[in-house]
Ligand binder design. Structure first.
Ligand SMILES: NC(=O)c1ccc[n+]([C@@H]2O[C@H](COP(=O)([O-])OP(=O)(O)OC[C@H]3O[C@@H](n4cnc5c(N)ncnc54)[C@H](OP(=O)(O)O)[C@@H]3O)[C@@H](O)[C@H]2O)c1
Length: 319
């Protein structure tokens, strides 16, 4: 099959494209730079057919849809559509002439957790513009499937993580290596409230696995949404304990009311923590398991271990 991956060199694409190539697909990748960002270039990537283009610039110039219309593909995976308008132009460009269209959403489309674990059929109650737009894209795609047979599948990843970039850390932020240094040295790490807010990671390769399985089991995935997350969510407290254990220590935790964290971690980091605390995501993978055979390779603990290994090897983290 000819598979077009729009935005195929980032966190997801770096794992997805080699998987598709290994499965024997012809892969066309759209990006501004013809280079994977997170997996080794010599492994498979020379087989990629590159379309070097700036989507934003072409959308503004009004030439993007035309470019998409000129591409001959059986399957389209759009990893970088953030607005219903962007998605509509993809539906217009490919409607009636492809076998499968897969859109990358986000668990932020679900909104703050009300019932855990969250299942894909629960109501969407997004609270951020990002989540609202992704939820609308999902509605548009599912409606197009029901009314016109547009062959859509939506994958909603958790906090995407991997070896070569910092995951959402055990404090709920992404703030350099400081929290890892403090956990290793048993210095205080401040957590909001009781430290029981949850985060729900997923390794980039597991997101890729779910996209790949959706293609392989097309009949089960058409018109459906799936959460791409690790087997279970973890509390910030649990993440701190797990990371400290990697260094052979117990975490030295200090609990403060959420608003008080701002003065401790700074505005930028606080905004990230607040968003994660407010959402406290915890999603089920039962549907992906049942319909697609999704079996994530990485737990959150393994994601942290892999990332810390890389930070140590690359000299970014010194303990
Ligand atoms: N990151 C997360 O934790 C997270 C969580 C849930 C959902 N998501 C969803 O995941 C998707 C993003 O996937 P990702 O994390 O793999 O992305 P990423 O790592 O940010 O990579 C973005 C990809 O798009 C390309 N790209 C960026 N701007 C472009 C432009 N203007 N024109 C053409 N190509 C462009 C990049 O290559 P170049 O730079 O070379 O152009 C790269 O291939 C989004 O739909 C997001 O909502 C992310």
């Amino acid at each position: 099959m000819r598979v077009l991956v729009v935005g195929g060199t980032g966190h997801i694409g770096s794992y997805l494209v080699p998987r598709l190539l290994q499965a024997g697909h012809q892969v066309i990748v759209v990006a501004r730079h013809a280079k994977p960002q997170y997996t080794p270039e010599p492994l498979g990537w020379p087989q990629v057919h590159w379309v070097v283009a700036d989507r934003r610039a072409e959308e503004e110039a009004g030439t993007w849809q035309q470019r998409m219309e000129s591409i001959d593909a059986d399957i389209v995976i759009d990893l970088i559509a953030f607005t219903p308008q962007q998605n509509q132009s993809m539906m217009d460009a490919f409607g009636g002439r492809i076998d499968h269209f897969l859109h990358c959403g986000t668990i932020w489309a679900y909104g703050p957790t009300e019932r855990a674990p969250y299942e894909e059929h629960h109501p969407r109650r997004p609270t951020t513009q990002y989540g609202i737009d992704k939820a609308q894209i999902e509605v548009d795609l599912v409606t197009a499937w029901r009314e016109e047979g547009f062959p859509a599948t939506i994958i909603h990843p958790g906090h995407i993580s991997g070896r070569r970039w910092l995951p959402i850390d055990p404090q709920g932020s992404r703030n350099g290596v400081g929290v890892y240094e403090r956990l290793a040295a048993q210095e205080p790490v401040h957590l909001p409230d009781l430290g029981l807010a949850t985060i729900h990671h997923v390794h980039g390769d597991d997101v890729a696995q779910l996209f790949h399985r959706s293609i392989d089991r097309r009949e089960q995935s058409l018109g459906q949404s799936f959460s791409a997350v690790a087997p279970y969510a973890m509390s910030l407290l649990g993440c701190c304990r797990s990371v400290a254990a990697l260094f052979g220590t117990e975490p030295n935790l200090a609990y403060v009311p959420l608003p008080d964290l701002r003065a401790i971690v700074g505005d930028e980091s606080f905004a990230i923590i607040e968003s994660h605390v407010v959402h406290s995501p915890c999603s089920s993978i039962d549907k992906g398991r049942r319909l697609l055979g999704y079996e994530p390779r990485y737990t959150t603990e393994q994601i942290f271990a892999e990332c810390i290994e890389h930070l140590l090897e690359s000299g970014q983290l010194k303990i």
